[in-house]
Ligand binder design. Structure first.
Ligand code: GRF
Length: 224
């Protein structure tokens, strides 16, 4: 796969965030990008669900938003083409999926290969798909977490950029676990985006390579 790479050379990486709902990870990226030295700027937030609360949040902060209701499109291909047109019109370099609950066509993923990343609420390759916290509790793992990875056609299988882990505590239910992990997600995703947008992490075949030693971050359980 000839993956196009993103880089901050010559300016900030132009980012679009795709959401389907709440948008708390989106909010963490928007907040991080307000720092003058952050290597990415958020130029578009788009959702396949017009009612997504995250759209309102982004619009209130002056970020252009688009609602593309997937039910209005005759096929997956038609929806992906419309979305791609919005991304191209905005001059987007890099797409961040943040709770975007829709599968792309292989063509869309290929178009954005090496330029689309996602956050998933588990320590991949464990617990792909949905209901990850229930999966973790059923498996009895003592550590659970979140992963930022490049998007490839196979669901939740792309090269890993960064991971954050949390303990699973006795008595946890899926809500308690989800809340503990969400705190890590909000720390991890902005730092992972900075690595990619700043050209410090990039795809090399099926793996991510880092151009310099990635600094330790506060909390030994976060691995960037
Ligand atoms: C997060 O747990 C994310 O990891 C998963 O979907 C959830 C989205 O939450 N992909 P939010 O919309 O960012 O609040």
């Amino acid at each position: 796969m000839a993956a196009a790479q993103t880089s901050s050379v010559g300016g900030k990486t132009r980012v679009a965030i795709l959401i389907s709902g709440r948008g708390s990870n989106m909010a963490s990226l928007i907040a991080a990008a307000e720092a003058p030295d952050y290597p990415a700027e958020i130029l578009l937030v788009a959702s396949n669900r017009p009612e997504a609360p995250g759209l309102t949040y982004a619009a209130e902060r002056g970020i252009p938003t688009r609602a593309l209701d997937h039910r209005a499109y005759s096929s997956r291909e038609a929806f992906d083409a419309a979305l791609n047109a919005e991304l191209e019109a905005a001059g987007i370099d890099l797409v961040c999926l943040a709770g975007f609950m829709r599968i792309f066509t292989a063509g869309f993923v290929e178009t954005w290969a090496g330029r689309m990343i996602n956050i998933h609420p588990s320590l991949l390759p464990l617990f792909k798909g949905v209901h990850t916290h229930e999966q973790a509790l059923a498996a009895g793992v003592r550590l659970h977490g979140c992963t930022v990875h490049y998007v490839v056609p196979e669901l939740d299988a792309g090269p890993i950029i960064a991971q954050g882990a949390v303990p699973v505590r006795p008595g946890d239910d899926s809500d308690a676990l989800a809340a503990r992990i969400l705190v890590q997600e909000h720390r991890l995703y902005p730092q992972a985006l900075a690595l990619v947008a700043g050209g410090k992490a990039r795809l090399d075949g099926a793996r991510v390579v880092f151009s310099e030693e990635v600094p330790e971050v506060e909390g030994a359980l976060l691995s960037l």
